[in-house]
Design a protein around this ligand. Structure first.
Ligand SMILES: Nc1nc2c(ncn2[C@@H]2O[C@H](COP(=O)(O)OP(=O)(O)OP(=O)(O)O)[C@@H](O)[C@H]2O)c(=O)[nH]1
Ligand SMILES: [Mg+2]
Length: 408
């Protein structure tokens, strides 16, 4: 892999509420860039660790040494930090460990950019410096920085240990049991979507006619009263989002304005926007009021909503009794014998079943996390290439798995 030419900064920790944030500065000028902003605990401007002689030797300054000090921008102390340095060939990397608040990280990144190390989004391209040539190892490290739940971290740690040997075995079987290689590649591809959801999250949108209890369900699922609930239809005017976790799966929950024939311009806009957002969501919850006869708006929604595979029909207010049953729903809502899920958002009934339904749509029902699974678009693309080489080009498939997929 060719290293980046210039200098850049990469955030290694997930955004949000973490106590610690780590920013890695990479590139030939990493040491001097950080040197401009770091002051050792003695209070003197930090120059000593980055001695020219040591730099010229290409050696680590004082080994893998940690240094405590302050990150200072224009004489203002931004944070107490710990820095550590590593060097690979011509390239140096310096990790700056700060406190994890978003603003602190932003200030550090702003200063680094001004000094010549702009932020590089830590997306999918492997990092230029990583102490291993194993591509999967690198991708685990990158994905770890985006993981926000313990389950996601455990999943990645498991893949780091078990995915490369599994793929090596698949490659070695190419010549003796090609069907087994194919089966193994298909198995690691099956969990891809769920793995991506576990690492990067998914959006779940609550849709429905006015007054069906969308905001009440939203508040119940996030565990606090973030959006206004009232008896008056049309209470929610704009969509509201919040992060939640179901069984360790990170989700963004979206409450939308009740869908009906709105007369006001702004109301119409809010409804349309909520609807447009729902089209991009991984899961839609169509929330209907079971305690009232199905309204015209509710019927229209039942037909307009997305297919059952990504839209769950949820019947709310079961605490009041249900005045209609599944036969009142249009057939596309009960296809394949899928039952609507009964809940009471107010009382908190049926939420476990709802959570299970959401996870099922996201592909978490059948598979536990402890199976080898691909988790980056790069891996998926290369595994598909290897599959297409089989059964006629077994040597090529083996080389693809060993060289391009694992990169060992
Ligand atoms: N009995 C009962 N009442 C509920 C339940 N869920 C919501 N409600 C009541 O239904 C009314 C409407 O609730 P909201 O959560 O504001 O409904 P909404 O779908 O967000 O309404 P809009 O934003 O106007 O579209 C309120 O009076 C809630 O207290 C439930 O499970 N049982
Ligand atoms: Mg509402």
């Amino acid at each position: 892999m060719s290293p980046a030419r210039g200098n850049c900064a990469v955030v290694l920790t997930p955004p949000g509420a973490g106590a610690i944030g780590v920013v890695r500065v990479i590139g030939p000028g990493a040491l001097s860039i950080v040197g401009k902003l770091f002051r050792a605990k003695t209070g003197q401007c930090q120059a000593a660790p980055y001695s020219a002689r040591a730099e010229a030797c290409g050696a680590l300054v004082g080994g893998d040494r940690l240094r405590c000090g302050r990150f200072v921008v224009d004489d203002e102390v931004v944070d107490d930090v710990v820095i550590s340095q590593t060097r690979t060939g011509d390239l140096a990397a310096v990790d700056i460990c700060t406190h994890g608040g978003v603003r602190v990280i932003e200030r550090v990144l702003e200063a680094l950019e001004r000094c010549g190390a702009p932020l590089r989004e830590n997306a999918e391209s492997p990092m230029p410096i990583w102490p291993t040539s194993n591509l999967i190892d690198r991708e685990v490290a990158q994905a770890m920085s985006r993981a926000t739940t313990e389950r996601a971290v455990r999943f990645l740690a498991w893949q780091r240990r078990h995915l490369p040997p599994f793929l090596e075995q698949a490659a070695s079987l190419c010549h003796v049991e090609v069907n087994e290689t194919r089966r193994m590649l298909q198995a690691v591809l099956t969990g891809y979507d769920a793995a991506r959801t576990l690492i990067d999250g998914a959006t779940v949108v609550i849709l429905g006619p006015p007054n069906s209890g969308k905001s009440t369900l939203f508040n119940r699922l996030i565990g606090r009263s973030a959006t206004i609930v009232s008896r008056r239809p049309g209470t929610t005017r704009d969509w509201v989002t919040e992060s939640i976790e179901i069984d360790g799966v990170p989700l963004t929950l979206l409450d939308t304005a009740g869908r009906h024939e709105a007369t006001e311009f702004l109301e119409r806009q809010a409804i349309e926007r909520g609807w447009a957002l729902s089209e991009q969501a991984a899961v839609s919850l169509l929330l209907l009021d079971g305690s009232q006869p199905l309204s015209k708006a509710a019927r229209a929604l039942c037909t307009a909503c997305r297919p059952l595979s990504c839209c769950l029909t949820v019947v709310n207010k079961v605490d009041l009794g249900q005045v209609w049953d599944r036969s009142a729903l249009p057939p596309e809502r009960t296809d394949r014998g899928i039952e609507p899920i009964g809940v009471s958002a107010l009382v908190g009934v049926g939420l476990d079943l709802l959570a299970q339904g959401i996870l099922r749509v996201l592909g978490f029902e059948e598979r536990g996390d402890t199976g080898p699974s691909l988790f980056t678009a790069r891996q998926r693309e290369i595994a598909a290439d290897a599959l297409s080489d089989l059964p006629d080009h077994r040597k090529a498939a083996e080389a693809t798995i060993m060289g391009r997929l694992i990169g060992a």
